[in-house]
Design a binder for this molecule. Structure first.
Ligand SMILES: Nc1ncnc2c1ncn2[C@@H]1O[C@H](COP(=O)(O)OP(=O)(O)OP(=O)(O)O)[C@@H](O)[C@H]1O
Length: 242
């Protein structure tokens, strides 16, 4: 069997005395889309940060295609193929939509000139932002800002795409549009790890669902089985189904 594209083993992250993740194991095969759910403060964003290199692991390992990247910087992990969107979109507000994507292609994917421009344009096309390419990023409404966050991550040419709550704050119709985009990315073969409170959006895309609570994985498997399971009910309802 080939190694999973992303493998996290015995991962722990602490902020001072606060242990946010403990003994997290997760293996994601190439092409799989995995959803992550869990209550506020469960450690979901911290898990993406430890995978992308924004936060340091206090124990355990992160491997990309078999290579140990645990001590590799976030910028280098991005160049190796770990792309990430952030929960709160932070575009460069003084740049245009296209220039924002170009930064991803140049700094994240390490491309130059025409190759960088081509990838930036493709990421805008995939996310439906091409008509807004010359608009100032600072003037975008929420859905377009979420799309730009996705476009910027795609412009880094990821092998693994980490998405942090891209549907939050959107109307149902807007969330549907974003789901269609992520689904097309999955169908094109991209490996995806997606945190989302909007579970309805998540289950339309993911092959597998992981439930994280108090820094530990409580359930991992078929999305519908995980959602119907006692662990998820216990985590969200405090043991009502136990
Ligand atoms: N840089 C940090 N320094 C200190 N504590 C932090 C830091 N980042 C996160 N935390 C704490 O770690 C815990 C987990 O936070 P995290 O954002 O990973 O949770 P989450 O599951 O993504 O929550 P939410 O669904 O609300 O986004 C929280 O108690 C949070 O306050």
């Amino acid at each position: 069997m080939t190694a999973p594209l992303l493998r996290v083993e015995h991962l722990a992250v602490s902020f001072g005395e606060l242990r946010v993740l403990e003994d997290v194991d997760l293996a994601v095969p190439k092409g799989q889309a995995v959803g992550i759910v869990g209550p506020n403060g469960a450690g979901k964003s911290t898990l993406l940060s430890a995978v992308s290199g924004v936060e340091r692991a206090s124990a355990g390992t992160v491997r990309l295609a078999g290579r140990d990247v645990t001590r590799v910087s976030a910028a280098e992990r991005c160049r190796l193929g770990i792309g990430r969107s952030f929960q709160i979109p932070r575009p460069f507000v003084d740049l245009t939509v296209f220039e924002n994507a170009l930064v991803g292609a140049e700094r994240g994917a390490g491309l130059r000139g025409g190759h960088a421009r081509e990838l930036a344009l493709r990421s805008l096309e995939v996310t439906g932002l091409l008509p807004l390419a010359n608009k100032s990023a600072g003037a975008l409404p929420l859905l377009a800002r979420k799309r730009l966050e996705l476009a910027r991550a795609l412009a880094t040419a990821p092998e693994v795409l980490l998405l942090d709550e891209i549907a939050g704050g959107l109307t149902e119709g807007e969330a549907e549009e974003l789901v269609a985009t992520v689904l097309s990315l999955k169908e094109s073969g991209l490996t995806i790890l997606w945190i989302e409170h909007v579970v309805k959006a998540l289950v339309q895309v993911v092959d597998r669902l992981v439930c994280l609570a108090s820094g530990r994985i409580r359930a991992d498997g078929d999305p519908h089985e995980v959602l119907a399971g006692a662990e998820v009910a216990e985590v969200y309802l405090g043991g009502a189904a136990a």
